[in-house]
Structure formats: structure tokens, C-alpha cells
Design a protein around this ligand. Structure first.
Ligand code: HAM
Length: 536
């Protein structure tokens, strides 16, 4: 038997009714705050997450589903397409790094006494320059290693017309030839199933120049993927309901009013869903400038103790000391407890921003507690950071998390665009709802089971179609069922009424309608059926 992959699961009815209820409620609440839906692709260029979320985070360094698309290795895939297109031009073609590991080029090709160094990546604009530089240094290295080489030509594959290649970048003693690749050339690239959605939203913001719209308030609902160790409340495919506010500072994206509004919206949503015992934990992780000082202090504080910590922490202490706070190893916790906290390093501006957020939250009556250990597991956060926890969830008790990411757009090559957002773990949200609100309680049962007698399938379908137009929920049986079996089926699906469609009924244009709970049975004319059922 083929089973769902470890860490993934099927969501089955009736449980899906609870998921629908949560999503419908979220959409309602988001609408009231004037958020609109955005849908970004489920996979993106790996580089987006490496640069956005951060190489040193657990998510990027350990948990991503990444693959080369297509082929197993970029050079192998390139080789295939290159061979198909150009092989006849050469006597021999070899993958560059295989032949000369020190040469960072795609191919070495031979024809007579000529040697060609070939760089065949999909390139446009500024990348062409970089490619030329790489080719030139490869040529120099080649000549150094093969001093008897006579002719050595460089070939650059590009979709940019030859004229655009900056000739000034190529020394006169080098012959550079550009091979134009078809514009629809599909370059092999590293792709990743999205482990989160904020980077995708900010990429879309940059790609579509959404700053023209001022402040963007968007939400998303969908699957995310992380290769974590599965346990209760932790899956490899999980679902997030998230929202982001992003735009130029002139549109008010930096205002503490936005932070407070997002938090108040979350409190409203949780309350509306009937989740009462949540706890909002709040911190400020400062600006990059604040953090530079903090990192310094952390490095110093870690120096004498890091030797006693886990391997991950030893690495983090060097590369990104803030990530030490993500450590879950029990033995490391007493050490981490004694480390300096970011709150001690906040600038005056950051402090005021954080105080303003808190003041508004207090005014609107959203309770919170401060947690200066909360740094969040993603590198893009600045200033306000938060999590909502829920007691019933056990170890994986963070029902949602979020914060500001004022520098993310710039880190991804976009303009300055401060932003704030959150993502709810929908799996965990549904789990904490399940106790109080069983799926059955939000599931709408059929109003009517339409039971056709022998030969009456067509008439029954016609009647069902009429009733459904009145927004009634109809389960349509079939004429092969005897009456007793139809009654059993109607009871099993939880229908309120059973409607018998027999020859006599059709002739009279009035049908036997039986209330399955009370046993009351009446004959109702076709034209009055919908009304009678709706009145109950
Ligand atoms: P995050 O804290 O990594 O933040 O994830 C948000 C929520 O997703 C968590 O609080 C948790 O409920 C849920 N979650 C995470 N991993 C899993 C898993 N393996 N299984 C089940 N649930 C999980 C982010 O993703 C940020 N993009 C949030 C954000 C939006 N920050 C600013 N804007």
C-alpha cells in the first residue's frame, strides 16, 4: 500500500468542515480590515529563501525541500541542451569542471587545434559582465596550465543580443564570441518548496512594483513545506494563514499603528473563532544597527561558554550569534538564560516605536506579555516581533508568529519597503479548536434526501435541481435503492427530510415529504416544497 509521505497527511471530511470554517472566518475578519488576497507560487528560486529568510536559520540550512530543475546537476542538463544544439560544431565537448576542476566554466570544447571555453548560463543585463569576467579568468588559468595552447576562444551563451555585450570589458587579445540562446531557453535552476510565504510576497511586491499602490495589505492561505521531525502539531506539509502590510514609508508602513492594528486583528480573529486562552508574547528585536551592537555583546558573552554548548550553537556563535536563541537543546538553556538580551541594546527610536505599539494595544484592550528571549527563527525581523501561544497545544504551542521586516525588500534587491505581518499555523489552530468545536458542529447536513422509486431517476434529478436553486442542501439517491435502503441512507447522511419521488407523486405533482426526526409525513405540491422545507 502506498501511504501519504511521512510528515504529510490527508485532511478528510468531516474535519475539513472545521478547516473551511476557520478559513471563512479569517477571510471575513481580513475583509473588515481591508486586506485582500494574494496567491504566490508554491515553489520559488532557492535564492529567495537563502537571501530572505537567511542561510544560517534552521529553516534554510536544514529544512528546505530543494532540487535542481531539471536534471540532476546544472552542468549535466546544460550539457544535454548544448549537445543537442551545437555538438556538430565541435570534435569533442567536456563538462568544464569535470575536466579542469579549478575552472569555473560550463564546457571545454575542441575542434582541430582550437580550444573553446564555454559559459552557457542563461544571462541578461549585469550578469553578462560577471560572466565575461569569469570567462577571462578561466582563459588565463587555462593558458597557465596549458602553455602550448595555440588558439583559445571564449563562448558566452546569452539571450542578450551580441551588441549589448560590453566589448569594453573584453581585452583586445581575447576573442569572445556570443552564442545567442533562444529566448525561451529554460535554464536549469535550484528551486525550493516554499517554507514560508513572506519572502514570496515581498518578491511579488518588487516584481510587480506594488509600491505604486501605496500601502499593500494582503493575506494568503496555503501549504508550506519544512523537513522537520514530525510530531503532534508539526508537519512537513503544513498550512499557514498569513497577512502582510508592506509599502513605502511615505504610505505609513512604518507606523506603530500598523503593528498594533495587525495584532488587534489577530486578537479579533482568535476571539471570533472561540479560542479564548491565547497569550500574546511581544518583543522588539531592534534595527540592524541595534543588532550589530547586540551581536558584538553576544559574541563576547558566548566566548567563554560556547565550548560547553551544542555543535549548532558553536557554529552559530561565529556566523550569526542571535540564532543561539533558537537552540532547543536542554543542556544549553541555562547558558542561554544568562546571555545579554536585545532589549538592552535598543536605540531611542526603536524603544519609542515599541512603546507606541504597546500603548495602542493597551488602549484597544489587547492583553500581551513581554518576552525578551523571543527572537523568532527567521533573519528578516526588525523591531516588533511576536508570537501567540495556546496552552492546549503542548510543546508546539506557538499558534502563530510574526513581526516587522523593514529591510527585507532591500535584501531582495527592491526599494526600501518597511513591512509587518504574521502567519498562523492553521494545523495548530484547528487542533486547538477541535476540543470545543467538533467538526460536526460546523458541518451543514443535507436538508433533504431525495429518494427516487423505480424508473424515477430523471424526475428525482429534476426535483433536486429545483430545490438546490433555493439554496437547499440536497442528497440525491438513486432508483436502484429500495425504499428501506433509501431511508437508511437518508438517516446515515443526517438528512432532515426524505422526499419520495414515485410514479404517483409525479403524476399528482405532489410529493411525500417525511421529517426523519419527528416521523411526520405530508404531501406537498411541487411549487411549495422549497418553502415548506425552509420553514422547517
Ligand atoms: P514561523 O514562526 O516560521 O513564521 O511560522 C508561523 C507559524 O507556522 C508557527 O507559529 C506555527 O504555528 C506554524 N508552523 C511552522 N512550522 C510548522 C510545522 N512544521 N508544522 C505545523 N505548523 C508549523 C513564518 O513563517 C513567518 N513567515 C511569519 C511572518 C509573516 N512574519 C512576518 N510575516
Amino acid at each position: 500500500m502506498i501511504k501519504a509521505v511521512r510528515g504529510t497527511r490527508d485532511l478528510l471530511p468531516p474535519d475539513t468542515a472545521l478547516w473551511n470554517f476557520v478559513e471563512a472566518t479569517a477571510r471575513d475578519v481580513f475583509r473588515a480590515y481591508n486586506f485582500q488576497e494574494i496567491r504566490t507560487p508554491i515553489f520559488e528560486a532557492t535564492e529567495l529563501f537563502a537571501r530572505g529568510v537567511g542561510e544560517e536559520t534552521d529553516i534554510v540550512s536544514k529544512e528546505m525541500y530543494t532540487w535542481w530543475d531539471a536534471g540532476q546537476h546544472p552542468a549535466i542538463d546544460l550539457e544535454r541542451s548544448w549537445r543537442e544544439q551545437y555538438e556538430r560544431n565541435f570534435d569533442k565537448l567536456e563538462i568544464g569542471e569535470r575536466r579542469e576542476p579549478s575552472l569555473p566554466i560550463d564546457f571545454v570544447a575542441f575542434k582541430g587545434d582550437e580550444v573553446f571555453l564555454i559559459e552557457l548560463k542563461y544571462r541578461g543585463g549585469a550578469q553578462v559582465r560577471q560572466a565575461i569576467r569569469q570567462l577571462i579568468s578561466a582563459r588565463n588559468a587555462w593558458l597557465h596550465a596549458n602553455p602550448t595552447s595555440t588558439k583559445l576562444r571564449l563562448i558566452l551563451g546569452t539571450t542578450v543580443p551580441q551588441v549589448e555585450i560590453a566589448k569594453s570589458d573584453v581585452p583586445p587579445y581575447i576573442e569572445l564570441q556570443a552564442v545567442e540562446l533562444p529566448p525561451d531557453y529554460d535554464p536549469p535552476q535550484s528551486l525550493t518548496l516554499r517554507p514560508e510565504n513572506t519572502a514570496g510576497v515581498v518578491r511579488a511586491y518588487i516584481q510587480h512594483k506594488l509600491w505604486d499602490r501605496g500601502l499593500n495589505k494582503v493575506y494568503y492561505i496555503g501549504p508550506q513545506f519544512r523537513r522537520e521531525r514530525p510530531q503532534k502539531g508539526r508537519y512537513r506539509q503544513f498550512y499557514q494563514i498569513g497577512a502582510e502590510v508592506i509599502g513605502p514609508a511615505s504610505a505609513g508602513s512604518e507606523s506603530p499603528a500598523r503593528d498594533a492594528e495587525v495584532l488587534e486583528m489577530l486578537a479579533t480573529l482568535l476571539d471570533r473563532l472561540g479560542i479564548s486562552d491565547w497569550n500574546l508574547e511581544l518583543n522588539s528585536v531592534g534595527t540592524p544597527a541595534d543588532r550589530a551592537q547586540f551581536n558584538e555583546a553576544l559574541r563576547k558573552a558566548l566566548e567563554p561558554v560556547v565550548g560547553q554548548m551544542c555543535d549548532d550553537c558553536q557554529r552559530r556563535a561565529v556566523t550569526n550569534p542571535l540564532r543561539v536563541f533558537d537552540c532547543k537543546v536542554a543542556e544549553d538553556q541555562p547558558i542561554i538564560e544568562r546571555l545579554p538580551r536585545i532589549t538592552q541594546f535598543l536605540s531611542e527610536d526603536s524603544r519609542k516605536h515599541f512603546a507606541d505599539v504597546q500603548a495602542i494595544l493597551t488602549m484597544v484592550g489587547v492583553p500581551f506579555s513581554l518576552n525578551d528571549r523571543l527572537v523568532r527563527g527567521l533573519d528578516y525581523y526588525t523591531r516588533t516581533a511576536f508570537e501567540f501561544t495556546h496552552g492546549a497545544l503542548g510543546a508546539q504551542n506557538a499558534i502563530l508568529g510574526g513581526g516587522r521586516y523593514d529591510g527585507l525588500s532591500e535584501a531582495l534587491g527592491g526599494p526600501a519597503a518597511p513591512g509587518i505581518g504574521f502567519a498562523i499555523g492553521e494545523d495548530r489552530l484547528v487542533m486547538s479548536l477541535q476540543e470545543k468545536t467538533p467538526a460536526e458542529s460546523v458541518l451543514r447536513k443535507p436538508d433533504v434526501y431525495v429518494a427516487p422509486m423505480s424508473g424515477m431517476d430523471g424526475e428525482a434529478a429534476r426535483l433536486a435541481r429545483e430545490l438546490r436553486r433555493h439554496d437547499l442542501l440536497i442528497e440525491l439517491g438513486d432508483a436502484s435503492f429500495r425504499l428501506k435502503k433509501s431511508f437508511e441512507a437518508a438517516t446515515k447522511v443526517g438528512a432532515k427530510y426524505i422526499l419520495i419521488v414515485g410514479e404517483n407523486e409525479v403524476q399528482a405533482d405532489a410529493f411525500a415529504l417525511k421529517n426523519l426526526a419527528t416521523g411526520e409525513q405530508v404531501s406537498v405540491a411541487r411549487g411549495e416544497l422549497a418553502q415548506k422545507i425552509q420553514r422547517g
